[in-house]
Design a binder for this molecule. Structure first.
Ligand code: AQP
Length: 333
């Protein structure tokens, strides 16, 4: 890392098949920092186990998520791409930061409330302290910017609070990070219930468009998307379904909302939904082709994992050692 070079960090959980929400809200924006920032993008498998995972699925999705990072345009020579559990400093710093995070703060996290309602039979301590591990992920790299979807903004704000508190006690330890959200696509909604975020763990697969869905499936899902009884393609309050489809169409075509309204003036929802499906499927086709090539070469993916983990560990260890020193832990030479 060059001196004064800014740092970008983010992660995606291999907790399901990645969605166009993960892509438009987060991954698509990762590469915008590649040229000027030192970038660390992580497959956050340790976060994924806060909800029960089938081990074989978690393992496969870890490879897939890394391959998708690359297929979406992240060059492993310009970005440090790695797997969280392969850099043990994340878990170590998380423990230390747990001692600087308040119970009340964690209780207020909306994702904890949502996920504990959804997994009432498994409200484990990891689900509760998830934001502390996320703070450790970010702070280990002295991160300046965290490109995320809007649902993760609250966690980045808590990370800032933890870092500020720590710095007040032990000056100049951490850089205070900023969450960066895409101007369009920061919250892609479910196709079945457009008042709800599109999530990879949604049980209703028709509510979600996965990055790896084939063209026919994508078009079928958009055709079934919940809209309203109006027939005009217009961005307006109360038209959550159409607003969401317009947002997706805009993200894939670069068209503004007024341009989209003019394009579909006098045409029904059927035409519009087909156009959204086609734009999305066409944009995903090259990503899917590259993904298939990468997945056919596990040895290469493992080589990239090793390289990424070694690079990430080098920077993470520096911060960890600084924190240990500040806290008064005895460090042996
Ligand atoms: N629907 C979304 N719209 C925009 N951005 C989104 N992100 C997730 N869903 C949307 C962003 O994707 C990044 C990775 O998310 P994550 O894997 O850390 O977990 P999440 O936020 O909990 O995403 P999911 O898909 O809803 O996962 P599950 O179902 O496992 O909980 C983040 O930057 C997130 O904001």
């Amino acid at each position: 890392m060059l001196q004064d070079q800014k740092v970008s960090f983010s992660g995606v959980q291999p907790s399901g098949n990645l969605t166009i929400g993960n892509y438009l809200g987060a991954i698509r924006n990762f590469s915008t920092f590649s040229e000027q920032y030192k970038c660390f993008y992580c497959v956050v498998d340790s976060h994924a186990i806060t909800v029960r995972q089938v081990p074989a699925d978690l393992r496969r999705r870890t490879y897939e998520t890394l391959a998708l990072y690359m297929a979406c345009g992240l060059d492993p020579e310009k970005n440090t791409l790695y797997v969280q559990s392969q850099v043990s400093a994340h878990a170590e710093l998380a423990w230390m930061l747990n001692c600087f995070t308040m119970f009340g703060e964690l209780s207020r996290m909306t994702q904890f409330k949502d996920k504990s309602a959804k997994h009432a039979d498994n409200i484990n301590a990891g689900l509760f302290t998830y934001p502390v591990l996320m703070a450790a992920d970010i702070l280990l790299y002295q991160t300046d910017v965290v490109p995320v979807g809007i649902d993760q903004k609250q966690h980045v704000e808590l990370c800032r609070d933890i870092a500020t508190r720590f710095n007040a006690l032990y000056p100049d330890t951490f850089t205070i990070p900023e969450p960066i959200m895409a101007s369009s696509g920061k919250k892609i909604m479910s196709l079945a219930d457009p008042t709800k975020k599109m999530s990879k763990s949604d049980e209703n697969t028709n509510a979600v468009v996965y990055i790896l869905d084939d063209k026919d499936t994508i078009i079928r899902k958009f055709k079934r998307a919940v809209t309203d009884s109006d027939t005009v393609v217009r961005y307006a309050e109360g038209k959550d379904g159409i607003n969401n489809l317009m947002t997706i169409y805009s993200c894939y075509t670069g068209k503004e909302f007024d341009e989209i309204e003019r394009e579909f003036d006098g045409r029904g929802y059927g035409d519009f939904k087909l156009a959204v499906g086609e734009a999305c499927a066409d944009a995903l086709a090259p990503v899917q082709a590259r993904f298939r090539e990468l997945m056919a070469d596990k040895a290469y993916l493992e080589e990239m994992m090793k390289k990424g983990a070694a690079e990430a560990s080098y920077y993470a260890r520096k911060t960890l050692s600084k924190v240990q020193r500040k806290l008064g832990f005895v460090q042996l030479k």
